[in-house]
Write a protein that binds this ligand. Sequence first.
Ligand SMILES: *Cc1c(COP(=O)(O)O)cnc(C)c1O
Length: 415
Amino acid sequence: MNKETRDISTLILNRRFLREDAHGSISMPIYSGAAFEFDTAEEMEDAFLGKSGKHTYSRISNPTVEAFENRIQQITGAAHVLAVSSGMAAISNVFMTVAYAGSNIVTSAHLFGNTFSLFLFTLKAFGVEARFCNLLDKNDVAKNIDDKTCAVFTEIITNPHMEVADLKALAEVAHSKKVPLIVDSTIIPWPVFEAQKFGVDLEVVSGTKYISGGATSIGGLILDYHSFDWSNSPRLNILAQQAGKKAFTVKLRTEISRNLGAYMSPHTAYLQSLGLETMDLRFKRASETCKKLAKFLQTLPEIKSVQYTGLPDNPFYKISCEQFGEYPGAMLTFNLQDQAACYSFINRLKVIRRATNLFDNKSLIIHPLSTIYGTLSDEYKKMVEVPADMLRLSVGLENVEDLKEDLLQALNKKR
Ligand SMILES: *Cc1c(COP(=O)(O)O)cnc(C)c1O
């Protein structure tokens, strides 16, 4: 095989795992036990000090999870990958590693609901401030960064606002102030999105979505490109003197991940590794269908507006093409007359399923304001700016014509 091949499926499917399996298993077996045994005390010491690369305890590392991490590393070119138990575990582990009391995170209020809540409520109790600004405006970002800023954070396409910040511009502003750029890239998988090309330092992903395939399991990933110089970070500067650009990885692996105890389970790693094998295929099919549906919805007078950054008349079309290519994923949002119209539309659907989650094989619909953001107070609801007349559709693998028909009949229309 050509090692330089860009084909992600070939790369993934051809990857061998580290040690030969006693039975010649073609898939990485699930090593679901908690602990690993050693012949001698000396070997045990080496393993615990990280000298032999051997596994000791499955909260810290595990062969099945490691094989999954290695596959991700190979297809992304990341310097280090840590697999954890959810997308939220990925985000919280990252911020437990970079943030400190008195520090701030420069981000936007247009965030996935739990990320918003983590920044605004959970981290606040530890003295970390969330600075919500307009990430589409470089000057506003620059103005909000100061010497206590631990990171600039964005989702690559905001969920559910469907905004796309210029990542190169964000990286430039952040780096000029010696601050890392951290992105949540859940919405567009690799290699369609290559974080490193845009100056991203750390990447977090909810593996629950595209990677798991068919929504088999909850998982998350943290990718470190070892591109950032941490010597100005009050949290990591001492470590940076010994570990250099690996400082974040070292802190995360040897302290934070162990102490928080959210390492991925071996069974999840098995499922997500299997999902990874068909990810490219599923992504292409689902995003092609999504683009067709976005265009179709635009032709219907009952639909007030459609947000999909792959539509040429979308305000983010150009930057979206630059960063993600022609097919920016399988999620779109659209607006009906009001919330009541959204509810009756949802209730009439027969093919599209009423559920949260993204990038299942099944198409899923949700009314975000009343569900994902439902428990927020009115004040915070206003802050997140999720409209009451908006629905979010995650497009699956069904036939596009069947999906069109379902959308039409839910509007009480016939072909
Ligand atoms: C789903 C999602 C998350 C959280 O992931 P979980 O695996 O559910 O914890 C974070 N960010 C984005 C953009 C998401 O869509």
